[in-house]
Design a protein around this ligand. Structure first.
Ligand code: NAP
Length: 242
């Protein structure tokens, strides 16, 4: 059986991605860090529609937690493997650089970039060994493409993720594993609820924030057979804001 793992699957984009992949008939592992109740709600929503979902708690930024949780899952599922990995967990700790505490720099890099490394490194060997290969989708951001004042930590992490996506795509292609990045603009989630939304909407050519379900549809396409020859790409989804 081929499973999907969505890091940060308890809320926002991750939640919508879990629901969408489950609708495609893929059993989903919902990762979360601390909000168990939100993760349980996602699981229950999927199960009530006949889908298959389970929780898997770990902090993506903690190498030992990642290894322990995924090793345990692999031991309990010797005939299965995680064929779809969505590296979605991410945080913001915005500040202008001259005032940025070191811990905020490190927290953002640790979650988006090191989290990608710890989880992907653990799952890649199994994906590359299986005939059916796998799909890796990394959640980057418009900020990682263009740079945004007040977000040097976030932009650095997201830009690095784009470089890693392109490099890993070339390493894994021969084993039928595709690696792509999705770069959303402003999407309606907890992450953006403290922003001045009305002001920011005016900057977006479509004059609105995107919905998590719109990003989930793109991720689902990249996981589908229709996307089997797409790798090393960064696909923007931003209502025309570049
Ligand atoms: P969100 O609503 O704040 O949700 C964040 C999710 O990540 C939660 O499920 C949270 O788990 C999880 N998480 C955070 N740190 C984690 C860690 N160390 N280990 C495991 N899980 C962790 O964020 P979002 O807006 O959906 O963003 C999802 C991704 O899209 C992020 O990578 C973000 O940078 C990117 N993105 C978002 C936007 C946007 O406009 N929203 C735009 C561009 C890119 P808990 O529930 O346990 O806290």
């Amino acid at each position: 059986m081929k499973y999907a793992l969505v890091t940060g699957g308890s809320r926002g984009l991750g939640r919508a991605i879990c629901c969408k992949l489950a609708k495609m008939g893929i059993p989903v592992l919902i990762n979360y860090q601390s909000n168990q109740q939100a993760a349980e709600e996602v699981r229950d929503a999927i199960q009530s529609e006949g889908g298959s979902a389970a929780l898997i708690q770990f902090n993506v930024a903690n190498k030992d937690e990642v290894m322990a949780a995924l090793n345990q899952w692999e031991q309990e599922h010797p005939d299965d493997y995680i064929a779809y990995l969505v590296n979605n967990a991410g945080i913001r700790r915005d500040n202008v650089m001259f005032m940025m505490p070191e811990e905020d720099w490190n927290a953002v890099i640790d979650t988006s970039l090191n989290g990608f490394f710890y989880v992907t490194r653990q799952l890649l060997p199994k994906m590359m060994m299986r005939k059916h290969g796998g799909r890796i989708i990394n959640m980057t951001s418009l900020s990682g493409l263009k740079g945004m004042a007040g977000q040097t930590n976030y932009c650095a992490a997201k830009a690095a993720l784009i470089g890693a996506t392109r490099a890993l795509a070339q390493e894994a292609a021969v084993r039928n594993v595709t690696v792509n990045a999705v770069a959303p603009g402003f999407i309606e989630t907890d992450m953006t609820k403290d922003l001045p939304q009305e002001e920011l909407k005016q900057l977006v050519p479509m004059k609105r924030f995107g919905k998590p379900e719109e990003v989930a549809s793109l991720v689902a396409f990249l996981c589908s057979d229709e996307a089997s020859y797409i790798t090393g790409e960064v696909i923007s989804i931003n209502g025309g804001l570049y």
